[in-house]
Design a protein around this ligand. Structure first.
Ligand code: KG4
Ligand code: ZN
Length: 404
């Protein structure tokens, strides 16, 4: 099978040493040493491998203890699913199975890290397609058990939110600003459209940054709405990317779509009304769409989705007195979204942190990045205990995940 692999060669986080065995051999660790102090002594030697297989992208990355991305590779299944107009779960699982081991070799080579130099493994455990998640999870369990490494189960959506803390000078530019917290985080992707309040606190030398859900979508996720409307417009999968490009030639004012849920009291998103309005507008044009009408419809729909996301995000920021906003997830790659968020934040005097496009869409660097934080908190599995780590399709089932 041919891979479409992007290889990027390009560091703050800590560990609780009692769960991390391999480093014990390198650094003499003392009981009750604060995680941050331990991490600093590990310096550049520490390496974490991240694996991601929740949907239609198999991905692997190697980071050091400071969340510096040493290598980040992605095998996209877009060509596999494009002819079906969306992700076919069984095909996704089968392709993860084919891709994951070669991809791991690639990322180890790319980061110049032999497997024997990997100190911990982080893997996505949910939410996502169960069959796909299990491929990554089982691969990670086997590796962790065989090499006696700590294993961290990472939540995909929470990882999107923390991608802003990755260290990659090419993607972020030199000396990028980072949120200090508390901050408002928008995670906007194909499966999720949610706003979180993230509080940061250092306890006994270890950073804790818990996400509290403030708003979510009542129906479709923004990416899902993009994908469905793109299909109605006859545009290829993945629809969000296609609408982004199609909109370049369209007039965003050609069709008027109402802004959903304008009330400041309603801290929720909804995209199904916009999707229906788009369908009715397409039907209203009648007959096959001209290139001009298709571009106008794409641009008008994109404007409405972006308008709703921006409106709600800033409304919730105001309501909670939050002045820092992080935007993450696949849809955050949308160029119009990025410019409207930037302009609105500038006008309102709020600090905006846009995740670099390369880390918006699914990747394993963000999984390894959050994995580092979870390790620092001691939230990981060792040895036979990793058998208990399970995958979940929906965040609602996450509470059922047992911890070791
Ligand atoms: O985060 P992601 O890669 O996977 C999920 O966790 O869902 O997000 C995928 C979603 C898809 O719906 C895709 O259409 C959308 O992100 N997307 C975009 C753009 N790039 C990807 N939507 C709008 N504009 C884009 N440039
Ligand atoms: Zn994602």
């Amino acid at each position: 099978m041919g891979f479409q692999v992007t290889l990027r060669v390009m560091g703050n986080l800590a560990f609780r040493r009692e769960r991390v065995n391999r480093v014990d051999r390198r650094v003499p660790l003392v009981d009750h040493a604060p995680g941050m102090a331990v991490a600093r002594r590990w310096g550049e030697r520490m390496r974490i491998l991240g694996l991601e297989s929740s949907c239609d992208e198999t991905a692997a990355a190697v980071l050091d203890a400071d969340a510096r991305v040493l290598a980040n590779v992605i095998s996209s299944q877009i060509p596999v699913h494009a002819k079906y107009g969306g992700v076919v779960p069984e095909l996704a699982s089968r392709n993860h199975l084919l891709a994951i081991l070669p991809l791991m070799s690639k990322v180890l080579q790319g980061s110049h890290t032999p497997l024997s130099e990997i100190d911990a493994i982080a893997v996505t455990v949910g939410p996502g397609l169960i069959g796909s998640l299990l491929i990554g999870l089982q691969t990670a369990k086997v590796l962790a058990m065989a090499s006696d490494l700590p294993l961290v189960g990472v939540d995909h959506v929470e990882a999107h939110v923390r991608a802003i803390f990755l260290d990659d000078p090419i993607a972020f530019g030199p000396a990028p600003a980072r949120p200090t917290g508390p901050y408002l985080a928008l995670a906007v992707s194909g499966g999720h459209t949610s706003l979180y309040r993230v509080e940061t606190e250092v306890k006994r030398g270890v950073l804790h940054d818990d996400c509290r859900l403030l708003a979510h979508t009542l129906d479709d996720a923004a990416g899902e709405a993009f994908d469905k409307v793109a299909k109605l417009l006859g545009l290829p999968y993945p629809g969000g990317v296609a609408i982004d490009h199609e909109s370049e030639n369209g007039d965003p004012t050609a069709f008027r779509f109402p802004l959903p849920l304008r009330s400041p009291k309603k801290h929720v998103f909804s995209f199904s009304g916009l999707k229906t309005a788009a369908r009715l507008a397409i039907e209203g044009v009648g007959g096959p769409l001209s290139d001009g009408a298709r571009a106008d419809l794409a641009a008008s729909f994109q404007e409405a989705v972006v308008g709703h996301l921006v409106h709600k995000t800033f409304q919730v920021a105001d309501a909670h007195g939050l002045t820092e906003i992080v935007v993450s997830g696949g849809v955050a790659a949308n160029r119009r979204l990025r410019s409207v968020f930037a302009e609105t934040a500038r006008r309102r005097g709020l600090k905006l942190f846009l995740t670099p496009t390369v880390y918006c869409t699914d990747n394993a660097a963000m999984i390894a990045g959050l994995g580092l934080r979870r390790l620092a908190q001691g939230d990981c599995y060792r040895g036979a205990a990793s058998r208990r780590l399970d995958a979940y399709a929906n965040r609602a089932f996450r509470s059922g995940v047992r911890r070791g």
